[in-house]
Design a protein around this ligand. Structure first.
Ligand SMILES: [Mn+2]
Length: 325
């Protein structure tokens, strides 16, 4: 039997879901011959014909497909059904093998719950993996230090997978998630070699953001447009100033797009959030969630002007009633 595992790429939950589905199908059907294919978001249909070239094909932590060759499906993203007819096709499915729950904290945890309830397969020997996927995918860290210090083996593995674009290491990483305790996996040579430059850059970013940030009325802001394009750990501002309410950051992202992100401090009580950040960014072509939203710009002046406007609005009257979601 051949099995294509189409999973959300460069994402810890995507890799954890691929590992757990493998453990499930081995036990349920004695399956072997797994092929792991990471998928990236893009406009239109993200799947290609080769994705479906197997006896069994599963979509995990990623978008739905109406292709009849997709035989299994587990996801928790609201954005799972984007093409015309996707949702109707999913709802009409009677295979008993396609599952979606937008309230699940992680796809990995969702898979574990579903296969126990529906197929009586117990994945509790992977409890460590499930627990960390839940914590990481819902960003439910106890404090901002944990996701910035990256001391925990699981968070080092998260950092690896979020920056790994080598397809040969994808399969190895997923197999190690299944077979090795995380403390041992995080010390593997291929993980440490990939992490070293990432963690050095991360340490420089922590210092850089500390030096550049400004705070006014509980709103932390920074602009790093003169830095080479890259992604930053989004918890660094809260690590320096856990007391701020909002962070409005402007960076040069990979590919040189200028990216503005506005977020509400995830460690403050949710009902005390006063602004809908997705609505605030909509006039600039942005979007996201009420608690964190973003938009991109081509022009530096326009980006800086938008940042000043957003900061001004966060200092002013709320865009919606306090506590409203
Ligand atoms: Mn996920």
């Amino acid at each position: 039997m051949s099995v294509n595992v189409l999973h959300h790429g460069m994402c810890f939950d995507g890799a954890a879901s691929a590992a757990l589905f493998t453990a499930f199908l081995r036990r349920q059907a004695g399956a072997e011959g797994f092929r792991y294919i990471p998928k990236d978001h893009c406009p239109g249909d993200p799947y290609v014909n080769a994705d479906f070239d197997a006896d069994e094909v599963v979509g995990l932590d990623f978008r739905y497909s109406q292709d009849a060759r997709m035989t299994w499906f587990f996801d928790h993203h609201r954005s799972a059904f984007q093409l015309a007819g996707d949702r109707e096709h999913f709802e009409a499915d009677r295979s008993g093998r396609k599952f979606h729950d937008a309230s699940a904290r992680s796809c990995a945890g969702y898979i574990a719950r579903v296969v126990r309830a529906e197929f009586a397969v117990d994945l509790r020997d992977h409890a460590e993996l499930i627990r960390w996927a839940e914590l990481i995918d819902s960003a439910a860290f106890p404090d901002p230090e944990m996701p910035v210090r990256l001391d925990e083996p699981a968070l080092r593995l998260m950092t690896f997978v979020e920056s790994n674009s080598d397809p040969r290491l994808v399969e190895r990483f997923i197999r190690d998630l299944l077979e090795a305790p995380m403390a041992k996996h995080a010390r593997a040579g291929y993980i440490e070699a990939a992490l070293r430059p990432r963690l050095e850059q991360h340490a420089r970013d922590i210092a850089l953001i500390k030096e550049r940030l400004a705070i006014a009325e509980g709103i932390l802001s920074f602009a790093l447009l003169d830095e080479p394009g890259r992604s930053y750990n989004k918890f660094i501002p809260y690590y320096h100033h856990p007391e701020v309410r909002y962070v409005v950051g402007l960076i040069r992202a990979p590919g040189d797009r200028l990216k503005l992100t506005a977020g509400y401090n995830p460690w403050l009580p949710k009902p005390e959030r006063e602004h809908n950040l997705a609505a605030l960014l909509e006039p600039f072509g942005g979007g996201g969630h009420p608690f964190v939203a973003g938009c991109t710009f081509d022009d530096e002046e326009a980006a800086l002007r938008a940042q000043r406007t957003i900061i001004g609005q966060l200092q002013g009257a709320p865009t919606e009633a306090r506590g409203q979601r």
